[in-house]
Design a protein around this ligand. Structure first.
Ligand code: 5GP
Length: 121
């Protein structure tokens, strides 16, 4: 199964995106439908569909995404104030694009928990 998504097209510059960071392993760009004053997506250039598809050989690149999050936070000056990174997985996680990505959300206080339905006892 090909795991080429819209994010591969962004990596290959086949569709536009507001790219804020790039290195040999990763790319970060503004989310098209921002949920916070700053909402970036940090993705590996190598397509991996979901967290479930991460293998031993992907560990460096997956860890790298968090390194990039911290680097961007410092560059944006939100490191001390705080921010959230989250990676959704499959239906219950709310994943809609099947190329793993860290959401980087900053610029306002985040709420918790991320669901409103009460857990049954
Ligand atoms: P998910 O729901 O998979 O965790 O997150 C996918 C994210 O990708 C969503 O927040 C959505 O707004 C964003 N997104 C989907 N298509 C595009 C696109 O073409 N360009 C950009 N910049 N973001 C996109």
């Amino acid at each position: 199964m090909s795991n080429e998504t819209i994010f591969t097209k962004i990596i290959n510059r086949e569709i536009p995106a507001d790219i804020v960071y790039e290195d040999e392993l990763s790319l970060a760009f503004k989310d098209i439908n921002p949920q916070a004053p700053t909402h970036l997506l940090i993705i590996p250039k190598q397509p991996i569909a979901t967290i479930n598809d991460i293998t031993e050989t992907d560990r460096e690149v997956v860890g790298h995404l968090h390194f990039v999050a911290g680097k961007i936070a410092k560059e944006l000056g939100v490191d001390a104030q705080g921010y959230r990174v989250v990676m959704n997985c499959n239906e219950y996680g709310g994943q809609t694009v099947f190329h793993i990505h860290l959401h980087f959300l900053a610029g306002k206080p985040m709420g918790w928990p991320p669901y409103t339905e009460k857990l049954k006892a």
